[in-house]
Design a protein around this ligand. Structure first.
Ligand code: BGP
Length: 467
């Protein structure tokens, strides 16, 4: 079996990670600007200078037969303060980008929020504050109205759980808070409420096209096959996956989800009592969404853990330094025989297959899935214009293989986007962790196709992987 003829092969990007020009052309501040400046180590400028280079990137898409691109709109480029006055220069910029997409035969898949809430709203509590929900809904509506002739595929949010955990549990995203599980839970809930409001605005507005949400779904397996580890894996799955999947497909939380979530909140000095009126909105939206975007990079093997919270983020690519231990949940383990990247991400394609089949079984109302991100962080080397990233080709090939299997086994998977189209800025890891099909020289901003770009073109042309 090959991939179906209408299967979409794309490349993914996100505004803050590729555009550059973070404080110019009328763009409002985001919390990342100061957060990164305070670390003095990393910066979203110039990133991949997509603000100027987009014609080059879209031309490369055309040449390499990549017919779809994920782009995110930077909310603060449109509304510098999050609400209120509009920055026309920002509005026009995305019109130019979308027009260039169509000129090159590349379909834009557009995300409204990719980790970059405007700073004014962020300072007022971000998605812990319901005002942000309303501001987001207004921004989403503005985008539908403004861009509906150019954009047919929308995503409300990118990765609700990673936003929450990185902001409030791991502390690697602004505001850099650690181990506050109740805050993470509430912010996820409010993001899902904001998602629901955007879906309703889209559907009730009668705009052409389709809409969904993107989650990072990492399969959680027990480290050993015993009751304690099974429970640990279950708890982490509920917190990271099932909570947002329930919200997406059911518009409410099952008793099983609520019981675990409330226990975890209570263990950390909080609670979780969603407002029934909000759940009613979420329920309505759940029946209307067109697809799920699934980002998948790795899986986790979880061992039960009795100690205190203890997380260390490997942001430098020094293998074996990552630690993730959460009180009352479990500890993520390395597992013999399972390879890792230099950033300690476990390479386990079976996890992608298992997650897709789990969604099919547990949420049979799902209509379609797009793999909206998959790829490998790698320390690429540039030698005489040649970038041999064979491990990345291998990584993509393995994942596409299981994807084909999932389709053969009846899953509705419509497309696959490599993260990332070209090298971009990596949030808490900087410019050393590259993912692109196209190498970016961050000094000159020149692009060079890596081996993986040629590999991907071959897959697209044959509609098949290397067996
Ligand atoms: C996802 C994000 C992307 C991207 C990717 C790789 O979670 O949606 O924006 O960054 O992960 O992650 P990282 O850059 O941390 O390696």
């Amino acid at each position: 079996m090959k991939f179906p003829n209408d299967f979409v092969f794309g490349g993914a990007t996100a505004a803050y990670q590729c555009e550059g020009e973070t404080r110019t052309h009328g763009k409002g501040k985001v919390a990342w600007d100061d957060f990164l400046a305070a670390q003095g180590r990393l910066s979203g400028d110039p990133a991949s200078d997509f603000y100027h280079q987009y014609p080059v990137d879209l031309d490369l898409c055309r040449k390499f037969h990549i017919k779809a691109i994920r782009i995110s709109i930077a909310w603060s480029r449109i509304f510098p303060e999050g609400t209120g006055s509009i920055n026309q220069e920002g509005v026009d910029f995305y019109h130019r980008v979308f027009q260039e997409c169509h000129k090159n035969g590349v379909e834009p898949y557009v995300t409204l929020h990719h980790f970059d809430t405007p700073d004014t709203l962020h300072k007022a509590g971000d998605f812990l504050n319901k005002d942000t929900v309303e501001a987001y809904a207004a921004y989403a509506k503005f985008c539908f109205e403004e861009y509906h002739q150019e954009v047919k595929y929308w995503f409300t949010f990118n990765e609700v759980w990673p936003v929450a955990t990185n902001q409030y549990i791991e502390g690697t995203f602004p505001p850099g808070i650690k181990y506050d599980i109740p805050k993470a839970i509430l912010s996820m809930h409010y993001m899902m409420l904001a998602h629901a409001k955007a879906v309703l605005a889209f559907k009730e507005g009668g705009y052409p096209g389709q809409i969904g949400v993107i989650h990072s779904l990492e399969t959680k397996y027990p480290y050993e096959d015993n009751e304690e580890d099974r429970l640990a894996a279950k708890k982490e799955d509920i917190l990271a996956n099932q909570f947002v999947l329930d919200a997406t497909f059911l518009g409410t939380y099952t008793d099983e989800t609520l019981a675990v979530i409330r226990d975890l909140a209570a263990l950390n000095g909080g609670d979780f009592n969603p407002d029934p009126a909000d759940l009613a909105i979420m329920k309505k939206a759940a029946s209307m969404i067109d697809y799920l975007g699934m980002n998948h990079y790795q899986s986790h093997f979880i061992k039960s853990y009795d100690g205190e919270n203890d997380i260390f983020h490997n942001g430098t690519g020094e293998k074996g330094t990552n630690r993730f231990r959460l009180k009352g949940i479990g500890e993520r383990m390395f597992k013999e025989g399972i390879e890792t990247t230099d950033w300690d991400w476990l390479i386990y394609p079976q996890g992608m297959y298992d997650m897709i089949m789990r969604i099919k079984k547990q949420y049979p109302m799902y209509k379609a899935i797009y793999i909206t991100e998959n790829g490998m962080g790698y320390k690429d080397t540039f030698e005489d214009g040649f970038i041999d990233d064979t491990p990345r080709c291998d990584y993509i090939n393995k994942h596409l293989k299981v994807l084909k299997q999932a389709i053969a086994d009846g899953a509705h998977v419509k497309g696959y986007f490599v993260w990332s189209l070209m090298d971009v800025f990596s949030w808490s890891n900087g410019y050393n962790k590259r993912y692109g099909l196209f190498y970016v020289d961050f000094e000159t901003q020149k692009r060079y196709p890596k081996c993986s770009a040629y590999y991907y073109k071959m897959v697209i042309d044959r509609k098949d992987v290397i067996e």
